[in-house]
Design a protein around this ligand. Structure first.
Ligand code: ADP
Ligand code: ZN
Ligand code: ZN
Length: 863
């Protein structure tokens, strides 16, 4: 597409949030006369002056795009979607993205761009339109969207810090002059900001050079932690000398082994494997020769074979055998046909399949068909569910045709996947940020675990919902969307009921397995009877013992990490709170300290109560750490693992715990909601939920929905590929209707009750919510500002505005918070007007004396 066409295409469709245009009386006249004047001038005197301009997006929260002039020499190279180097403010440079190419001068003075960074656009028209939508829908600036969308390597700025790349394996002497200067400076100084690079080279424009050096992997961004560069290796086996150079000597080797038949077999297997391929993986040899590590190590001792680590690319480069996908079950065949049928008329289909029904196999089939047609596919998952399990399953079938885009990649790898997507990579598996990849022929989007709240970005802007944004993105491409889950969100299910989405159900587990049996245990009764053993009922303890005796595994779910959420004085009731936030500190026994789960603040345990001096300090409540701790007493022989934020912090820890559990090195896994996501364990006989009340009492209109989803999801881990599993739910409030619905695995009953409540109390999906949070470090300032701000909005919105109100946690990281909630009828015009109004209100407040330092966060569709 030509530059001009591009420019045309972009011109009209964009309006910016917040809208900046205003029609001033008389402007029409002045515009007209100016235009005439310019027209005449160009007729008479063609000059060398610039007559091409670009509007660009800067990667930050500035309210609108900026215009720069394009010097003549670059006019032929500038196009929508490339990055240009620009100066912004007195001393700062940025890589900005060209949004539009103009041939008319803006009515004001402009700076010229410093360089054009890219030869070809880094994103397509669809992505720009997507950015635009995200900005408008979620009330943030295009710059913030750009910031979220681009991998860091594509977002250069003055303060960007570079270092020498550990991957650079060339000779620094071979570099070009400027590259050499930078590389040399980096060997001495280790790291440089782009500002310093500019000074060293003494030139004005450096970004094209930096881009080149990043592409060639001479340098990398400092923000890439070292560990993200650790090479991935696989163990391989090869012959030793003299057998490599003199294969005729192999007979000697066979003689040496003659009495060890298994070693002979291994050697024969090795030779056979080595004939067909460059490398022989140790695992392959194990498999083919049916031998284990002891056989190979014996052959190492005899100096015939050696094991070595061979480096492989961390992304792609799949080396295992590709296998045929399993034959489809009847239910899967029917579901696929139904999905395809719905896709004839509808863009979105919800696949509601019980845990273990084999949804993944259905996805695989649809992906395969899309691939055959040469289409691109995006498979979205909540980040934490992006475990090796699902990755392996897809790679086994699709090999190198799949790339995985997630937060554990370094920036080079991100750019690699970015470019491959642009070139048409078939299948991308990723978390929500993968929505921003430069697809060009996206035709199918799968959103797995569509109900999961972690699809929503909470902070910072753009606060987007990955599932909802996926549906918009798909629409841009004319792509179909498949939402999959065992426990649909109320919104998605509602859309099937009003005919907007298709609905396909899979009610049977694969292989005819039964769904687990659920038992509710009344905590109140047990407490009254005095039969509790700490936080365990006799029923749970007995069931656990029975399960372990049968050689099966147990999962225990407690949605709180740490040892105990409250540390208090039993004499005067003083509780230990965070100094920055209005929450009590959680006691962590392993580290013997108190921690804030909101800001990370840590402190030592007080020796005595600071209020009354008493030494009777006690803990209250319980988290995963305490459960793990006490289990060790009740079940001294069980091997217990724990999976929560505290134990998966280090790289690969998450994968290791899952692996240990999968391979039976752990009998019991205690965890937070991490254990509910995307795991397929084969020997789990029992799942225990220690306190369902905690889930039900959450102060949010979605508490019931979340509780229902969490309980059914964690229950779904029981009895897979095995036999009927069991679930025990401990709860005080047995009468809560959600408990009964979980007991009966009755989504319909749950939905019917919940949807009525939503309607009655003006909640989604009937009403749209926008939450606005004001933050400031001084309570008196925030209170007064909230009044003013609230009055401004209320004068226009009336009762649709709720608040001001102090949220559940009223102070976080030393900022005092005030919330407003806007409830809107689902009327697009009203919603549009309200968003404009919110922008106006912000403008109004920040321009009031004394309030310019208030922070305002707008959250559309808060979760
Ligand atoms: P879901 O995602 O719906 O919870 P999975 O896709 O994880 O279910 O499938 C559950 C189990 O059934 C997995 O172990 C999977 O390998 C197995 N399975 C599903 N479909 C088939 C099939 N057609 N052939 C063989 N095994 C299958
Ligand atoms: Zn006290
Ligand atoms: Zn805190």
């Amino acid at each position: 597409m030509s530059t001009k066409q591009n420019a045309q295409q972009y011109k009209q469709s964009y309006t910016f949030y917040p809208k900046q245009t205003s029609l001033v009386a008389g402007s029409f006249l002045s515009f007209d006369s100016q235009n005439n004047l310019r027209h005449k001038m160009s007729e008479l005197h063609p000059t060398a002056q610039a007559n091409t301009y670009v509007t660009v997006i800067l990667p930050m929260a500035v309210p609108k795009p900026y215009t720069y002039a394009v010097p003549e020499e670059w006019v032929s190279k500038v196009q929508v979607g490339v990055r240009v180097e620009v100066q912004f403010g007195p001393k700062r440079q940025y890589a900005a993205l060209v949004l539009d190419v103009l041939t008319e001068a803006p009515g004001h003075k402009t700076k010229a761009i410093l360089s054009i960074i890219d030869d070809t656009p880094i994103i397509w028209a669809e992505q720009l339109r997507f950015w635009q939508w995200v900005g408008q829908y979620y009330c943030c600036t295009l710059g913030e969207v750009m910031h979220a969308a681009l991998p860091a390597n594509l977002k250069l700025a003055s303060e960007t810090t570079i270092t020498l790349s550990p991957l650079f394996d060339g000779d620094i002497m071979d570099l070009e002059d400027k590259e050499y200067l930078i590389a040399e400076a980096l060997t001495i100084q280790h790291e440089l900001t782009l500002e310093q690079v500019r000074d060293i080279l003494g030139i004005k424009t450096i970004y094209p050079l930096i881009r080149d050096m990043l592409d060639k992997r001479i340098i990398y961004l400092k923000e890439d932690l070292k560990e993200k560069f650790k090479a991935k290796t696989v163990a391989c086996v090869r012959l030793r000398e003299p057998y490599v150079s003199h294969p005729e000597n192999l007979q000697d080797a066979f003689d040496k082994l003659s009495r060890a038949t298994r070693q002979v077999e291994a050697l024969m297997a090795y030779l056979q494997l080595a004939r067909g391929q460059e490398f022989v993986r140790r695992d392959e040899l194990y498999k083919m020769a049916k031998v284990d590590a002891s056989v190979i190590s014996a052959m190492e001792k005899k100096e015939i074979l050696e094991v070595y680590e061979r480096e492989v690319s961390r992304i792609g480069g799949y080396e295992d055998e590709i296998v045929e996908a399993d034959a489809l079950s009847e239910q899967q065949v029917r579901s696929i046909a139904e999905i395809q049928g719905h896709f004839e008329e509808k863009n979105v289909v919800l696949l509601q399949g019980v845990t273990g029904s084999g949804k993944t196999r259905v996805y695989i089939e649809l992906i395969r068909e899309a691939m055959k047609r040469g289409e691109q596919i995006l498979y979205l998952l909540p980040e934490i569910a992006l475990t090796t399990q699902i990755i392996d399953r897809l790679k086994r079938v699709f090999g190198d045709q799949v790339d995985v885009y997630h937060s554990r990649l370094n920036n080079n790898e991100r750019v690699e996947i970015w470019n491959r997507t642009k070139e048409g990579k078939a299948l991308i598996l990723g978390a929500r940020s993968a929505l921003f990849l430069p697809f060009r022929n996206l035709k199918l989007v799968i959103v797995d675990e569509e109900h999961d709240p972690s699809f929503k970005q909470q902070d910072p802007n753009p606060r987007y919902q990955g599932r909802d944004a996926a549906i918009y993105l798909a629409q841009l491409f004319g792509a179909k969307v498949l939402l999959g889950t065992a426990t649909p969100s109320i919104e998605s299910f509602y859309n099937t009921q009003v005919g907007k989405y298709g609905l396909v159900s899979m009610t049977e587990r694969f292989g005819g397995l039964e769904l687990p049996e659920v038992e509710i245990v009344d905590l109140k009764k047990a407490q009254k009877a005095g039969t509790m053993q700490s936080h365990f009922t006799v029923d749970l303890i007995n069931a656990m013992r029975g399960t372990l005796e049968k050689g099966e595994q147990v999962i225990l779910f407690q949605n709180r990490r740490g040892y105990a959420p409250i540390y208090k004085c039993s004499t005067c009731n003083w509780t230990c709170e965070c100094i920055h936030c209005d929450v009590s500190l959680t006691y962590h026994k392993g580290q013997n300290n108190l921690k804030c789960h909101y800001c990370g603040y840590q402190t030592q345990l007080p020796k005595e109560c600071p209020a009354c001096g008493s030494k009777q300090l006690i803990v209250q409540g319980f988290g995963t750490e305490k459960i793990e701790d006490e289990l060790k007493i009740f079940m001294p022989d069980a091997k217990i693992g724990r999976m929560d934020l505290d134990t998966v912090r280090s790289k690969n820890a998450h994968a290791k715990i899952i692996n240990d559990f999968e391979e039976g090195r752990l009998n019991v896994l205690v965890g937070t909601q991490m254990v509910t996501k995307g795991l397929d364990f084969e020997k789990v006989g029992l799942v225990g939920i220690l306190s369902a009340d905690q889930l039900l009492q959450f102060p949010d209109f979605r508490a019931g929905e979340r509780a229902f989803q969490l309980m059914l999801q964690v229950a779904g881990r029981a009895g897979r590929k095995h036999k009927r599993g069991k679930v025990i739910i401990q709860v005080q409030n047995v009468a809560n209707p959600v408990i009964k619905e979980v007991l009966n695995n009755d989504f319909r009953a749950f939905y019917a009750r919940e949807i009525m409540e939503r309607q009655e109390f003006f909640y989604p999906p009937f009403y749209r919510l926008i939450r606005i949070t004001l933050k400031h470090k001084k309570p008196e300032v925030i209170n007064a500002a909230a009044q003013k701000y609230g009055n401004f909005l209320r004068s226009k919105l009336g009762d649709r505005l709720r608040g001001p109100a102090v949220p559940y946690v009223g102070r976080v990281r030393s900022y005092f918070l005030i919330d407003f909630l806007i409830k809107l009828e689902r009327n697009p015009k009203l919603i549009g007007v309200t968003k404009d109004l919110i922008a106006e209100a912000e403008h109004f407040l920040l321009n009031e004396e004394g309030y310019s330092s208030i922070k305002i966060a707008v959250d559309v569709d808060p979760m």
